[in-house]
Design a protein around this ligand. Structure first.
Ligand code: ATP
Ligand code: MG
Length: 420
């Protein structure tokens, strides 16, 4: 049997990890500056959590969820996104009792049963944030500002910030009526999914990815034209805020987001550098979700960044490689294992990456290994030198050699590390 990873699930190899660490570290640094705190929620949740929050007739719930029964027959899902889990954690742990606002971030894998292609996996990673307790649009602008600064630190350019408002439940009553009228006589031209959505939740039709449906929807009424005064003001205020941050934005009334829980502001950040899978960030406000799940009424807003797509964008400009060891500790003679371990411990204690031979072998083999590893220094433990508490050293760069005490060798390593 040939073993391979599941379709759409990728190994992230040591060669790629430095780039992932770099991006994650930059994200942590900037988010913590804005008083976001990391939260880690389980990868598995009751399937119902997602069915109820994301919505029954959305792509994620209809087609993309990994759902199975556990040994007790409970319906379990691998999380397809982070927001629902965060809302659950916020309520379950009574985090609403802490001073408001509460700002969280998470970094981790998500799972969706989608057709794998470039930029689209079945296990992918997101950096996400969620803020609870702020109703002002200033947080929405600040979130986009954070994204912009984060991308600047990664030297990423050519992004388009697209915003929209899908209104509150009040605005949507009259909008739904107009949309319903618009779609009614076109129903037979819609795809079978949309025909079903039209009956259950016409708003979902707006999110269809089928080209012929998109064509029909081009002339559909947009929610922006139906906003109540409060939602209108909120959306204008957001635009003022974005102008403060000098963020170039586009109002795109076609962004509706494929999840049911959004209210008011929604946004996406897209790039022209990724081909078809061009969305890098997506988010919005979900002021009703905490209440729906049994918590106190709490305004909330968040976004998620697709990490694989970010890595793809950053990989050429950030050429990061795994660190190679600085030192190889070799031995020349019998029964020197103990001395090798003592010396390498000292070296590692100083914070230098060090490698050694774990099996009995010749000095020649050890030197070859050291060369392959790309170390800068080889320190050789020999029987003669032990008697005088000294070690032979070799600098690989120029072949220079010498003998020195532990102290002298440490000094050499420190100096060479500083000059790197
Ligand atoms: P898309 O339109 O590309 O399917 P989405 O609207 O389903 O995206 P969200 O659920 O809002 O995406 O997730 C936020 C971000 O997560 C996306 O902008 C994207 O960068 C990333 N993402 C979503 N699904 C995948 C996937 N299957 N593989 C890789 N990244 C993904
Ligand atoms: Mg999707």
């Amino acid at each position: 049997m040939k073993l391979s990873a599941l379709r759409g699930m990728q190994d992230i190899l040591p060669q790629q990890i430095p780039l992932w660490h770099y991006i994650e570290q930059k994200a942590r640094t900037i988010l913590e500056l804005y008083n976001f705190h990391e939260i880690r929620t389980p990868l598995l949740e009751h399937a119902e959590l997602f069915l109820r929050s994301i919505g029954e007739d959305t792509d994620i719930v209809e087609k993309e969820m990994y759902i199975f029964n556990d040994k007790k027959g409970r319906r379990i899902a691998l999380r397809p996104e982070g927001t629902a889990s965060l809302v659950r954690a916020y309520i379950q742990n009574s985090l609403f009792n802490n001073p408001s606002p509460q700002k969280f971030y998470y970094i981790g894998p998500m799972f969706r049963y989608e057709r794998p292609q470039k930029g689209r996996q079945r296990q992918f990673h997101q950096i996400g944030v969620e803020c609870f307790g702020i109703s002002s649009p200033s947080i929405e602008a600040e979130l986009l500002w954070i994204v912009k600064q984060f991308f600047d630190t990664l030297n990423l350019k050519k992004f388009s910030f697209e915003i929209n408002s899908i209104g509150c439940s009040k605005c949507r009553i009259s909008y739904k009526e107009h949309l319903f009228k618009f779609l009614r006589d076109k129903i037979t031209d819609l795809c079978s999914d949309c025909q079903r959505r039209f009956v259950k939740n016409p708003l979902r039709v707006l999110d269809c990815k089928v080209e012929s449906c998109r064509e029909i929807l081009r002339d559909a009424p947009v929610v922006l034209d139906f906003l109540c005064d409060k939602c209108k003001k909120h959306f204008f205020d957001l635009q003022d805020e974005l102008e403060f941050y000098e963020i170039d934005y586009i109002i795109n009334p076609r962004i509706v987001r494929g999840l049911d829980y959004y209210t008011g502001t929604v946004f996406e950040v897209t790039t022209s550098m990724l081909g078809a899978q061009n969305a890098v960030v997506a988010g919005g406000r979900y002021d009703e979700l905490v209440k729906i799940f049994g918590g106190p009424s709490t305004p909330a807003v968040g976004f998620a960044i697709g990490l694989e797509r970010l890595v793809e964008l950053a990989k050429d400009s950030l050429c990061l490689k795994p660190k190679s060891p600085l030192v190889y500790v070799a031995y020349a003679g019998e029964d020197l294992d103990r001395e090798v371990k003592l010396l390498i411990n000292e070296i590692r204690k100083e914070g230098f990456i060090a490698e050694r031979a774990y099996e009995k072998t010749t000095l020649k083999n050890q030197l070859k290994k050291a060369q392959k590893l790309g170390v800068q220094w080889v320190i050789i433990v020999g029987e003669e030198e032990i008697k005088t508490s000294s070690y032979r050293w070799k600098r690989m760069e120029d072949g220079a050699q010498g003998i020195g005490s532990l102290e002298e060798i440490m000094k050499l390593l420190r100096e060479s590390n500083e000059n790197k």
